[in-house]
Design a protein around this ligand. Structure first.
Ligand code: NDP
Length: 330
């Protein structure tokens, strides 16, 4: 699910903004995952009166995960939703103004930075913290597009419920795919994990969990050729065994894509430097972007770690960098 609109970049297009109401804020934070809320907690405690726009997926990607067992301080684990609710409350406790709304375009050509929200109003911010996260990728098959929402999903924890007792497939070989496959195995009759390589990229612990789940079958060296179905939705998938070249059909009702993510940086691209994938470049060891006063944190700038704890840490860095910048450039 997209956190922030990417279709209307409207770079520098301030003329269309001329009739929109304008609100001035000190610190604007875009995104409400662990990075955005941690930045908000620190910025609020530093008297920077942050305003957070939550984006399309309030709480970010963690709200689509089940149990989080590796965030320090939770010996018994915590659900993604609970953690994000707690982070939001903590940010609000110190005065963060948390709002529904989606950033639809930006003009970062000069300070104050202009961010249009929902195509309706313009926020002029002295400081901008970008914490817009990343969005799930799809395979790009026509049949995948056709059955989106009718058997094709990128979020097992959101949609797995609908496939209780049925057979499903998950594509991908990383931690997300392994996690989603084991989660689905608890709900479904049978889960196929379709992996294009002869091995999983997931962590050893997740690999063990996959291999020890009896109703989960890993199909190594298989790629998806076509998702098949009818008016009622998906009823099968045709896979190609890349070793033998043979096609095989599996009868399934649900097809879950878990092949990684795309950073949500499109609306900033005219101004902010990104790498070739779209991850925002920051000066190493800081949250500083190429524009002084604009900081980035969390998955939108992190192609490597992408953990809740690293996102939270980088959100803290962004707020501290912002505080110092504000003190020097009031
Ligand atoms: P990854 O980038 O780690 O893995 C993507 C997987 O999808 C790879 O196996 C890749 O194959 C496969 N893939 C990519 N494109 C295609 C395609 N077109 N067709 C078939 N397969 C494809 O993404 P994840 O989302 O799994 O993880 C992202 C990061 O988040 C990682 O650092 C991960 O460790 C972390 N994470 C941690 C969790 C936790 O600690 N609880 C939970 C979830 C994620 P190939 O290997 O061939 O490139």
């Amino acid at each position: 699910m997209e956190l922030f609109k990417s279709m209307n970049t409207n770079a520098g297009g301030n003329s269309s903004n001329s009739n929109k109401p304008v609100e001035k804020v000190k610190v604007l934070i875009l995104g409400s995952g662990p990075a955005g809320y941690t930045a908000a907690i620190y910025a609020a405690r530093a008297n920077l009166s942050p305003v957070v726009y939550e984006g399309i997926q309030p709480g970010g990607q963690l709200t689509t995960t089940t149990e989080i067992e590796n965030f320090p301080g939770y010996p018994n684990g915590i659900t993604g939703n609970e953690m994000m609710e707690d982070l939001k409350k903590q940010a609000q406790r110190f005065g963060t103004d948390v709002r529904f709304g989606i950033a639809s375009s930006t003009d970062l050509s000069s300070r104050p930075f202009k961010v249009t929200i929902d195509d309706e109003k313009v926020i002029e911010a002295e400081i901008l913290i970008i914490a817009t996260g990343a969005t799930a990728k799809y395979l790009g098959l026509e049949s995948e597009e056709k059955f989106k929402g009718q058997g094709v999903s990128a979020c097992a924890t959101c949609d797995g419920f609908f496939y209780r007792g049925k057979d499903v497939a998950v594509v991908g070989g990383g931690d997300t795919a392994a996690e989603e496959a084991t989660y689905l195995a608890g709900l479904c009759n049978k889960v196929y994990l379709i992996v294009r390589k002869p091995y999983l990229r997931a962590s050893k612990a997740m690999q063990e969990r996959v291999m020890n789940t009896p109703n989960l079958e890993v199909l190594f060296e298989h790629v998806t050729k076509e998702i098949v179905g009818d008016m009622t939705g998906v009823n099968g998938v045709i896979l190609t065994n890349t070793k033998t070249g043979e096609d095989v059909k599996k009868d399934i009702s649900g097809f879950f894509v878990a092949i990684g993510h795309q950073p949500n940086s499109d609306i900033f691209k005219p101004w902010i430097e990104t790498d070739e994938v779209g991850y925002i470049k920051t000066i190493p060891g800081t949250s500083k972007t190429n524009i002084p006063g604009v900081f980035a944190c969390g998955d939108v700038q992190d192609p490597h770690y992408r953990q809740a704890i690293t996102a939270a840490g980088s959100g803290c860095m962004a707020a501290i960098d912002a505080e110092r910048y504000y003190a020097e450039n009031k």
